[in-house]
Design a protein around this ligand. Sequence first.
Ligand code: FEO
Length: 509
Amino acid sequence: MSIHVKNNIHWVGQRDWEVRDFHGTEYKTLKGTSYNSYLIREGKNVLIDTVDHKFSYDFVLQLEQEINLNDIDLIVINHAEEDHAGALSLLMSKIPNTPIYCTENAIDSITGHHHHPEWNFNVVKTGDSIDIGNGKSLVFIETPMLHWPDSMMTYMTEDAVLFSNDAFGQHYCDERLFNDEVEYTELMEQCLRYYANILTPFSPLVTAKIHEVLGFNLPVDMVATSHGVIWRDNPTQIIEKYLEWADEYKEDKITIFYDSMSNNTRMMADGIAQGITEVDPNVAVKIFNVSRHDKNEILTNVFGSKGILVGSSTMNNVMMPKIAGMLEEITGLRFKGKKAGAFGSYGWNGGAVDRIHARLTDAGFFTTIGMKTKWRPDGKALEECREHGRQIAREWALQPITETPESVSHVKASAAPEVSLAQPMAQSMAQSTAQPATPSSHSPASTTQDRASAGNKQKQLCTVCQWVYDPEQGEPNQDVAPGTAWADVPDYFLCPDCGIGKEVFEPIA
Ligand code: FEO
């Protein structure tokens, strides 16, 4: 069944209430999803995107009820991933000569998935347009790495509809198609989850690309995504949200996640959380056991936090495997501007906390001193955990906090040694059951100084694909001679691997 979108545009997509896994099993789609395809009937009939390959039959069957397939003049594929281009094989078997408009990268992916290099591909670039009659055109905007190298958006003039594909979408299924028809809080939760888990690594590019699109000064009456709702009411609100999320987003929130062999590390998490709340009740403290909670919810909370505390028992002198997996994922998501600390209980050796601390530092967090407790925390050790939490609350406060007499008296009454975040490694593990573990590291100030002193030899990392610009090598393929400092590399320079511009490069410390 089609749904009228605007004038001669109809939704001809597919809802998927049942789906619970995306990208293998890495993304839990708790609210299902939809695959949005659009049929435009102007002077030319245009199909924008298809649906997931598992719905190929349903999609083509319903499309045939909307239009004689032979009357489709062209197909636009904004993104070649299988949830949008998946129905092409069946569709093209019925209309094999229909032109397909897509980016050059998309041809590689479509051919790789469908094995039909003979299809009538037409490459488009940013600014290219097609006249579709009735005074309207489709204008293409490449959006590489939002979130694949082949991605693009299509803008329809006059109707002012931006077909944005994955960007601005959500894994959210509802019979109602427009944002003003569904429950706002539920919708925004899914938008945030989608951004945090999929788009975070590309935040620098999100900002640059949105400003590029805004620079065209095109009116936007609707943002027609490829997953979830169409933004009809105040459609630019989601664009503004993306700009906010892409700018080192943080709330006054601390996320604690841990894994625990014998519940001891869980007890520490509780104690630390109590200390934080005691000193700064305005901080939202969220606690998760990685073995029991939804991973994507944890990552969404990490995304929205000013800092995170990661706990693990020590097992075989390393951290527990699920914590290691989370740290690997967090490293890949490339969060910026967040603080972090490690904690955990141990028995014979306490290697987990040190390893977590090192991993968090490597992942770009501003790490603070960690905390170890030997065996099960007793009353004294729990008080030390609370004191650790109080210190974290003070250290990570976004604005000056006024401590209550109650929280201050707790500190004075405590028999435990003060746990200073600036304090070096505890004198001896044997002297105390609970103790600071690892010296503070990763000072942003010193990093800045290091970068400045590196001068003209400073290498630059493409934050999208990890390609490295080395001034000593230059980039001869773009006429950048060896010995060219980054500041002298021309603005039209593109990363040789992913094709993105200078704006996504960062100095390597
Ligand atoms: Fe919704 Fe990147 O596919």
